[in-house]
Design a binder for this molecule. Sequence first.
Ligand SMILES: [Zn+2]
Ligand SMILES: [Zn+2]
Ligand SMILES: [Zn+2]
Length: 474
Amino acid sequence: MNQLEVSIVQDEQGVVQYKGHTFFTLYPNSGKKIEDLLGFSVILIHAAHSTFASFTIQRLRAFNDPRMYLKPIFFLQPSIDSGNYINTLVDGSVFNLNQLDSILPRVEDILIKNQSVKPFEPNSYESILVMKLLTFAYTRSRKSIEPIPYIFSGINYAYPALSCNFEHIEEYKVFELLDLSEKEGLIKGSFYDKTHYCNQCHQGALNYRSVCPKCNSSNSETQDIIHHFPCGNVGPMSDYKNHLDDGLTCSKCNKSLRHIGVDYDKPSVLHYCRKCTHRFQDFEVKAKCLHCEFDNSLEALLEKEIKSYVITNKGENAAIYGYNVINREVEEIAGTVNYSFFTSMIKLEIERMKVTSHFGNIAAIAIHNAGELLSMVGKDRSPVLLAEITAIIRRFIRPYDLVSFKNSSLIVFSITDVSLDDAAFILIDIVELLEKLITDNVKDFVLNIEKKIKPLTTQLQTTNQLDELITNFQ
Ligand SMILES: [Zn+2]
Ligand SMILES: [Zn+2]
Ligand SMILES: [Zn+2]
């Protein structure tokens, strides 16, 4: 019996509907934005051009939306082996659309796993990346996170779902994220190898070579040193050469040298620097950075232990239910206090209210997409932005009022000695100015901000009042 063969074809847009899934094929020069691809269940990257394929898969996995970075993505018509690292980012490949059946089980497996990852809003840039690392491994049924030697990596090794988020020059920060995840008990590392980086720019592409100890030039030549036994003369080979033939003649006693080991030997070598003419016996070894060209002495190189990791139970739980890493940065913002100190001071304030007749209010501002905001601002500028947010709030409140970041997406503060109505107006002014600060500084970012205010009362426990303030933000 001949089976009926049906050719699977895509429409002009590159879309294929097949067995309940919508496949979209991404070609070079496609005008589509990444946002436009979110709705397709599977992306096929046309991979005949391997540079396009590896660039594209890294960009899609670097996108800060789990609907994209967790999406099943396959190569269509891959030209050559794309390398180990790229193969950890892509979910497989097909040579033509008629092979879609072969990847369907994998597609469905990933889609089911993706559904088990609960919606979660990370509150910081670090949390976004840690979640990405964990959920990507989890949805691909990987229990471990391995470093992969990668020639295009700034640090020589790439970690799936993590390295693609960094510019080449910033890739060293991958280690900060891995260390943070390990400290939080989400992953557990073990020794894999050691590698070295330039101490100026943290890049791993280094040219190790032997140089002149005086001028650092590698432009040198090496000669044997000859010891002539009969007269005891010791000198470089060139001193023994004559212009007439290939033979060697001693410049001290004028005898011809005959047999090595009998009338002469070569006890060592001598290096001659062609740049500064220095003669020396021992080279120095230096590592020139191919990125910034700094010539590192070996002792000065940054030595780094590369680890492989297994995902702990806590890490797997975090992949499913979400996890915010403890952000020490928010505790160090000028003009703020940590949350437990804030709580104690509010408690004191309530005590004060029992004996005097003044108003006290507590306010909270939630920036629901703070993680996304801080990732757009970048890790280096994030503390500056948080400090500017604090400065705006402080402008409207009294010097003895307190501001605290419960995390980078939730700010609480007191507004004392004004009525609730006045405090509510102050809060409106603050939020207006924060919106202006952020839209002025971060292009194309739509802020998802919410505010809440409560009058303090002597009737309820401090913690209850604070909990009521910060919970149920919608
Ligand atoms: Zn030299
Ligand atoms: Zn001699
Ligand atoms: Zn360098």
